[in-house]
Ligand binder design. Structure first.
Ligand code: NAD
Length: 258
């Protein structure tokens, strides 16, 4: 395993870290001695990840909040700063993915999807970044998706939220880079989590067809994504800003013959 001593004791806030990719990211930072602030909707959602991080000997704290709610995000960040001093890295990971054909899409699913993915970064970055800018140091990593650049069946709302999120992240890279705050995106391909489990197993051979589209011949794990996220927050990535790091086994590198 790579060793990043610069992450020791750094405070990292990971949104939506109660399970899935976010939990993998929390555990990966813990391996390098970072202090992990585990955000999810409630303490109960965050509990298992907090326990898993603590079991490694690292420091973890639950910081529950709905990232789609400005007041909740503000309260979360101010409580976190009070307890831990500074937030050195923000990983914007929380997300939902409700499959719905566009013509049947409800206002509620549209709004919730936009608010959690797109507005969630707007709120979290506006609350966290001012202190990073004042210190001239900080790293923001945004979890994107192949859907930021191409859409899929029943994913119009998700894809447009991820596309907006990507441009918002580019805006942060552009505006905050001069203050020493780097913003980058990680775009996971097919990672088997609760988010897509139902979909992947909804048809007998769907999962096989998905895997056939991935040059590396397998779906990814939260750990695959987490290693890239951690690297972006190290000194190794000191000149990386506004990048999209695809962790998708080569999914977007080509197409199967029609
Ligand atoms: P997941 O459903 O396993 O985990 C998402 C977590 O976010 C859950 O713990 C959930 O409670 C939390 N969450 C949801 N809404 C929240 C809110 N408003 N405030 C705080 N927390 C909230 O999903 P995952 O697969 O781990 O996905 C994580 C991120 O990765 C998402 O942004 C998703 O769009 C993205 N992504 C996932 C895949 C994949 O294949 N799994 C692929 C590309 C991108």
């Amino acid at each position: 395993m790579a060793s990043y001593p610069e992450l020791e004791d750094r405070v990292v806030l990971v949104t939506g870290a109660g399970r899935g990719i976010g939990r993998g990211i929390a555990l990966a930072f813990a391996e390098h001695g970072a202090r992990v602030l585990v955000n999810d909707l409630t303490d109960e959602h965050a509990r298992e990840t907090v326990e898993a991080v603590r079991a490694t000997g690292a420091v973890a704290d639950a910081v529950p909040a709905d990232v789609a709610d400005r007041a909740a995000v503000r309260a979360m960040v101010s409580a976190a700063v009070e307890r831990h001093g500074e937030i050195d890295a923000l990983v914007n990971n929380a997300g939902i993915n409700v499959v719905s054909p566009f013509l049947e899409l409800s206002d509620d699913v549209w709004e919730r999807t936009q608010r959690i993915h797109h507005w969630g970064l707007f709120y979290c970055a506006q609350e966290v970044a001012p202190r990073m800018v004042a210190r001239g140091d900080g790293s923001i990593v945004v979890i994107s998706s192949p859907a930021a650049v191409e859409t899929y069946e029943g994913q119009t709302h998700y894809a447009s939220a991820k596309a907006g999120l990507q441009m918002l992240a580019f805006g942060l890279a552009w505006e905050l880079g001069g203050s020493g705050v780097r913003t980058n995106l990680v775009s996971p391909g097919w990672i088997e989590t609760e988010l897509n489990r139902e979909y992947l197993w909804s048809e007998p051979d769907l999962r096989e067809r998905v895997v056939r589209q991935i040059p590396l011949g397998r779906t990814g794990s939260p750990e695959d994504v987490a290693r890239a996220v951690v690297w972006l927050c190290t000194n190794e990535a000191a000149y990386v800003n506004g990048a999209v790091l695809r962790v998708d086994g080569g999914l977007l590198a080509g197409r199967l013959k029609a």
